[in-house]
Design a protein around this ligand. Structure first.
Ligand code: G6P
Length: 257
């Protein structure tokens, strides 16, 4: 039996998928762009940053606003299907080599050290991507776009993952690449490490460019460092927590009998 490392400050880690473990964010961008181009407009990769973490329908709504296009709900549902068909075709080429650098080593080390792992993604294709990249075996629980009802920054997707693991948010940390996902984790009372560029992730407790070279020991050092609770984000974090009273979970809600 693997016993979890008593010095590691969290019992569980929740990973987002797209752009954190696998570079599928670029496939979402390509498929949405094909849709926008077909409607006669375009949008930049920088604009697409704001869509990271949003549900399919919420993303479409935002894109249609950029194009100044009004559509009925039925037409929107049809367009969302069209985009999804393109996206699912594009990701048939996703393979283990598309897993981002350093991910597999870190997941292996976390498992060896008894840390429970969950995957939480707004995507309905999350399980397919996990299968085709061989990442599925690392996760105790998977929450995907079929189990969530609320789009980030609502913390529902992380709360569901913590609940599935039988842990409270205080016991879990989250890895996220999107601004909305970072906010969602903070609203839910989780510690969050941002993956990617600092400029998009300023509210995270800590930001790293990616997992390359990140060992279990390095991560433990980062998480136990005073700076994680007293860094420049502390004020934003406590402010957001205060503002988000209605999101704060009931701890008892997360404990299995
Ligand atoms: C993730 C991605 C978003 C995507 C959403 C829904 O959160 O970051 O870009 O729109 O999942 O994905 P789906 O595959 O269900 O359309």
């Amino acid at each position: 039996m693997i016993v979890s490392d008593p010095n590691f400050p969290y019992k569980a880690i929740i990973f987002n998928l797209d752009g954190v473990l696998v570079d599928t964010a670029s496939y979402h961008y390509t498929a949405w762009r094909m849709l926008a181009n077909g409607l006669g407009f375009d949008f930049t990769e920088q604009q697409h940053e704001a869509l990271r973490g949003l549900s399919r329908m919420a993303s479409l709504e935002r894109i249609l606003q950029w194009g100044g296009i009004y559509m009925s709900e039925a037409e929107q549902l049809h367009l969302a299907d069209v985009k999804n068909n393109w996206y699912t075709k594009l990701i048939t080429e996703v393979k283990p080599s598309n897993v981002l650098p350093g991910v597999v080593t870190l997941l292996e080390e976390l498992r060896e050290n008894g840390i429970q792992l969950a995957l939480s993604s707004a995507s309905r294709s999350a399980r397919n991507v996990l299968k085709s990249t061989n990442l599925e075996l690392f996760f105790d629980e998977v929450v995907d776009g079929y189990s969530t009802r609320k789009s980030k920054p609502d913390p529902e997707c992380f709360q569901l993952a913590a609940r599935a693991l039988g842990k409270s948010p205080a016991d879990c940390m989250v890895f996220e690449d999107s601004m909305l996902g970072v906010k969602a984790a903070i609203y839910g009372g989780f510690t969050v490490v941002g993956i990617g560029r600092d400029e998009y992730l300023q509210e995270a407790h800590y930001v790293i460019p990616g997992f390359q070279g990140l060992s279990f020991e390095n991560l433990a050092a980062i998480l136990t460092n005073e700076s994680i609770i007293s860094n420049r984000n502390w004020f934003a974090w406590s402010h957001l927590r205060q503002k988000s009273g209605h999101f704060l979970p009931d701890e008892a809600d997360f404990c299995r009998p």
